[in-house]
Design a protein around this ligand. Structure first.
Ligand code: 3HC
Length: 687
């Protein structure tokens, strides 16, 4: 069956692409398009061609699922050349997303008309490749060099109505009465008919348009692109290529970027980014058949976490009751929320109207009866079992029977929290990461008695909240904090073995982590983890276990909040503090820890080994049921470099033999309890 349909409406040939869900340019679609274009070109009755897509969107790019195989003919540049050189005017009717190869197709058409809600973008760099069919070069001619380069190197989509991209479209079909695709199509046909009547439509190749190079500061642009691309080298490669080719024709320059596209497709960075793309889609896939029945939520605790959770729900359009113990704490919490929303509005992130609506969705209360009818309550109170159990007992008493009772605890045993109620099947963990309204990761904690329908509801809810959710089981720190804690343990152990604070942070920054692990500790407060660990016995087999944190806390160095932590914050730029080095050396000497020489590579490798080791245990113990959850946690919870795919992706690149050998060596040095033997072959693919 063909993926395109053609029909005549008067003298206009309408070519409809119908390849759900996103009209991706698969080899079959490219082939079907070429066949249809040949037939239409032969029809002498045709005065113009209108190209549009069925479904919710225009073409969203090449079919990424084909990227692991050899590229098959016909290739996209052939389709694009055919459209650009078509004998009659070609008009692209755009809606939904116009991305990657889709934007390249649209840019090669002679005219573009669009629904004003349309998004346009060249996301190739976020997949580790570059636009492979001359999209960047044609966009340079349509919207100017700098705007096109911004679009192609950032990978971010923009609204077609954004002023810098005005010249991309010849018309916006801004009649808001259409609500269906047929309405848009009728408007598009009308636009073409009128333009034909007026004699305004002629075939015109974008590639032949003059290039206004404008005043681009390439040096500044290169620095800016490098800053935002972080560990992804592709945006800068693309930028350099486009700059080198500025004086060339579109065809010549396109052949260079095509070559680069084909070369990059097989690179490790591109494979890692594709891995990240597909695992996000897999874990976001809709779960369950029951519709989500959550309209109103309650949040217990208006502190930093509770406030951010309330914002997260209000952002998604939910009504929120924010509950506090005292009027004073409540009004302080509500005020913080207002200030935060107003700040977003002042920065232009949301409109004043959105700001007002969202603030109005959050209502404060000090009375538990106000959460009696909510569909979901999220407790974000002080991290203490006693406090949480008493809150859950109260919620059990007041909330309607169908309410889901969630806790945002980061470490505590949810099975024990659930025991404080007579409905443990309704109790679940919703572990947000701070700041809850910004961080994408959400751990849904499936406790022993949580009902499957409750877990399903949380998974559906996560999508509405635009979170990347992973479902995990109960253990200390669940999957995410447990793995991060293991990484932290290894970092502190390396300090005790002689690595310096700046060596560690620089090595992990060089690896691509968003922040150095010790700078992170300073930011969040060294006492937080220290206090959480203090509630549990120290592992007697690990004498150095977070002893550096203990020493710093005992010295009153709690991090940024006290002006001193791993770094000294008394000046605008944090500085390395020799006192810390002395403190760490003292602890290491007291414990008799042998010293060794570290370099960037050895630090990175050991940190990664620790992540993989704990991840493997989390999988083996069934704390996560989908191994993809591991990489998602690191990418969205802890700033792991996306261009490296995540620890499990990297484990596959190392290979099982090499990993086992490295872990064996660590086991000999530190013991079986810290580096246990693992069944890596069960969940690490080997080629
Ligand atoms: N190829 C293959 N499958 C794709 C795809 C693509 N380009 N884009 C999306 N899909 C799939 C998804 O995997 C998902 O599949 P599933 O239902 O089996 O899980 C399905 O389409 C629906 O996608 P989403 O759930 O993401 O739907 P949304 O509506 O939330 O988002 C989207 C739609 C904005 C298009 C988003 O999917 C997206 O950003 N896709 C990637 C677009 C992209 O990167 N295109 C560039 C490709 S590279 C290229 O074009 C090279 C060229 O220059 C030669």
């Amino acid at each position: 069956m063909s993926l395109v349909n053609t029909r005549m409406v008067g003298q206009i040939a309408v070519l409809e692409i119908n390849s759900p869900p996103v009209n991706a340019l698969s080899v079959q679609l490219r082939s079907d398009m070429l066949k249809a274009l040949t037939t239409i070109a032969e029809n002498t009755d045709v005065a113009a061609l209108l190209l549009h897509c069925a479904g919710s969107t225009f073409i969203c790019g090449a079919d990424i699922r084909e990227f692991d195989a050899e590229p098959l003919s016909p290739h996209l540049p052939e389709v694009i050349a055919r459209l650009e050189n078509f004998p009659v005017p070609v008009v692209a009717l755009l809606h939904g997303h116009v991305l990657g190869g889709g934007l390249e197709v649209a840019a090669a058409c002679h005219y573009r008309i669009a629904d004003p809600q349309t998004n346009i973008g060249l996301p190739e760099v976020s997949l580790g490749v570059v636009p492979g069919a001359g999209g960047a070069q044609r966009m340079m001619r349509l919207v100017g060099v700098e705007n096109a380069v911004q679009l192609a190197t950032s990978g971010r989509a923009v609204k077609v109505t954004q002023p810098e991209y005005n010249a991309f479209c010849d018309a916006l079909l801004s009649d808001t009465s259409f609500s269906h695709l047929e309405g848009l199509l009728a408007l598009g046909l009308h636009w073409v008919e009128l333009a034909l009547q007026k004699g305004e439509l002629v075939p015109r190749a974008t590639a032949n348009m003059a290039l206004d190079q404008g005043e681009v500061d390439w040096e500044a642009l290169t620095a800016k692109v490098a800053r935002s691309a972080k560990s992804n080298p592709v945006p800068n490669k693309l930028l350099a290529q486009l700059q080198r080719d500025l004086c060339l024709s579109v065809q010549e320059s396109e052949s260079h970027t095509r070559h680069l596209f084909l070369e990059l497709r097989q690179s490790l960075v591109a494979k890692a980014l594709r891995h990240a793309f597909f695992l996000e889609k897999k874990l976001q896939a809709p779960r369950g058949k029951q519709p989500l029945r959550i309209d109103q939520v309650g949040v217990i605790g208006a502190g930093t976490m509770g406030g951010a959770i309330a914002i997260c729900f209000a952002d998604a359009g939910f009504k929120v009751v924010l509950l506090e113990q005292s009027e004073q704490a409540l009004s302080a919490g509500l005020e913080r929320i207002k200030v935060q929303y107003q700040g977003s509005c002042d920065k232009g992130r949301i409109t004043q109207q959105q700001c007002d609506v969202r603030i109005s969705l959050i209502n404060g209360s000090c009375d538990y009866s106000d959460v009696a009818d909510v569909d979901l309550v999220i407790e974000a109170a002080f991290e203490s079992m006693e406090v949480k159990q008493s809150i859950f007992a109260k919620l059990d008493e007041v909330c309607k029977k169908s309410s889901i009772l969630a806790t945002n605890t980061s470490y505590l045993d949810i099975n024990l929290i659930a025991q404080a109620t007579a409905r443990p099947e309704s109790v679940v963990g919703m572990h947000f990461f701070s700041p809850a309204n910004i961080m994408k990761l959400l751990e849904i904690v499936n406790a022993d008695q949580t009902a499957p329908a409750v877990v399903e509801a949380m998974q559906q809810l996560a999508k509405k909240l635009r979170k990347q959710a992973v479902t995990v089981g109960v253990c200390f720190g669940f999957a995410a904090n447990r793995m991060y804690s293991r990484y932290g343990r290894e970092i502190q152990q390396m300090l005790l073995e002689g690595a310096s604070v700046e060596q560690i942070d620089n090595a992990m920054l060089d690896f691509g982590m968003a922040m150095g692990p010790l700078a992170v500790l300073d930011l969040s407060g060294i006492d937080i983890g220290h206090n959480a660990r203090a509630q549990y016995p120290q592992p007697e087999y690990d004498p150095g276990y977070f002893k550096v944190s203990t020493a710093l806390v005992n010295a009153g160095r709690l991090g940024r909040k006290t002006g001193l932590g791993f770094y000294n914050y008394s000046t605008a730029k944090p500085t390395v503090d020799q006192e810390v080095a002395v403190l760490i050396k003292k602890v290491g000497d007291e414990l008799g820890i042998p010293q060794q020489h570290f370099n960037t590579e050895s630090i990175q490798q050991r940190a990664l080994l620790a992540m993989i080791s704990e991840a493997a245990q989390v999988i083996e113990e069934g704390i996560v049921s989908e191994k993809e959850a591991i990489d998602l946690i690191w990418l969205h919870g802890y700033g792991f470099p996306r261009a490296k795919g995540g620890p499990m992706f990297m484990a596959e690149q190392y290979g099982i033999g090499s990993l086992q050998a490295k872990m064996e060596k660590m086991r000999e040095l530190q013991g079986e309890k810290i580096w246990p033997s693992l069944e890596l072959a069960q969940y690490i693919n080997q080629d």
